[in-house]
Each structure stands twice: as structure tokens, then as C-alpha cells.
Design a protein around this ligand. Structure first.
Ligand code: 4NP
Length: 157
């Protein structure tokens, strides 16, 4: 099998709440669809504050209630990620600005998409809001948006 893998990178600010959750949800969906071999899925953060850490315990806990295991280690986004990935999915418009600041070519910029552009049930949502300073409900809402968008994203790939 010489089929090329689709390489997806999810981005948020700290890489401990939203993007590791999106990575885990997407991996779960891809596995359920029997398409694991077709995908390379990763996540990264704009900042470097949490590099090496597991996802925030609240996101791990809220995810576990839905059957997910979020256990990636945080890392920082870098310009080389434009070479390593086909699609770079950001959680909000500040993430998009920060990622685009590192672009080298128009091809780089074309790879960057808002995750919420794929929402169906939450059509019109403009971001996955940062739950870091929020409540359990904010973490659940982030997961609702992520699940909705990732399901549609998979259909398009
Ligand atoms: P995330 O949430 O971008 O969804 O991972 C955040 C996590 C940590 C911080 C900000 C947002 N922080 O400032 O440390």
C-alpha cells in the first residue's frame, strides 16, 4: 500500500486543553472508521509554557467521560510544521494569526483552517473558546465543538 497519509496538526495556545483533545477525538474517529493507517495526527501549541506536559487534568477527565484518552505530550508549533503537515487546524483567530506569522509561502498559509469551519451542529461557531480559566461546562462545550467539527472533517478527507 503506497497511499500517502493525510497529515493533520491541531493547534491551540497551550497545547494542554483544546488541541490535544482534538487530536484524541480525531484519532478515535479515524480508528472507529478503520482508517488509522491513512492518517498522521498530532497537536501543538503556540506557547512553550507547558512543553512536555500531559493535557490538563480537567480535559482528560471530561474526555474520559466520553470514552477518550488524551495522553499526548505538549510541544510548541514551529515553521517546520508547515512541511510536516497537510492541514493545520486552529481553535481561534488568535491562533490563526500566530500560526500565519510563521508562514514562509502562500502554500503554507493555505494549509491553515479554523476547526470550527467544519462544524455542522454548531454551524456558525467562530472558535473553540479557551476553557483554561473556565468551568467543567466550558470544557464540555469545547469537546462538543471539537466532536462536531472532527466528524465532519473526517468526512471531507
Ligand atoms: P489551550 O488552553 O490553549 O486550549 O491548551 C490553555 C492552556 C494554558 C494556557 C492558556 C490556554 N496558559 O496560559 O497557560
Amino acid at each position: 500500500m503506497s497511499k500517502t497519509k493525510k497529515r493533520l496538526l491541531f493547534i491551540c495556545l497551550g497545547n494542554i486543553c483544546r488541541s490535544p483533545a482534538a487530536e484524541g477525538v480525531m484519532r478515535h474517529l479515524v480508528e472507529d472508521a478503520g482508517r488509522s493507517d491513512d492518517f498522521l495526527i498530532d497537536s501543538a501549541g503556540i506557547g512553550n509554557w507547558h512543553v512536555g506536559e500531559l493535557p490538563d487534568y480537567r480535559m482528560r477527565q471530561r474526555g474520559a467521560r466520553r470514552g477518550y484518552r488524551f495522553d499526548s505530550r505538549a510541544r510548541q508549533f514551529c515553521a517546520e510544521d508547515f512541511d510536516r503537515f497537510d492541514l493545520i487546524l486552529v481553535m481561534d483567530s488568535q491562533n490563526r494569526r500566530d500560526v500565519l506569522r510563521k508562514k514562509r509561502t502562500d502554500d503554507d498559509a493555505q494549509k491553515v483552517k479554523m476547526l470550527t469551519d467544519f462544524c455542522v451542529n454548531f454551524r456558525g461557531a467562530e472558535s473553540v473558546p479557551d476553557p483554561y480559566y473556565g468551568s467543567d461546562a466550558d470544557f464540555d462545550h469545547a469537546l462538543d465543538l471539537i466532536e462536531d467539527a472532527c466528524a465532519r472533517l473526517l468526512e471531507t478527507l
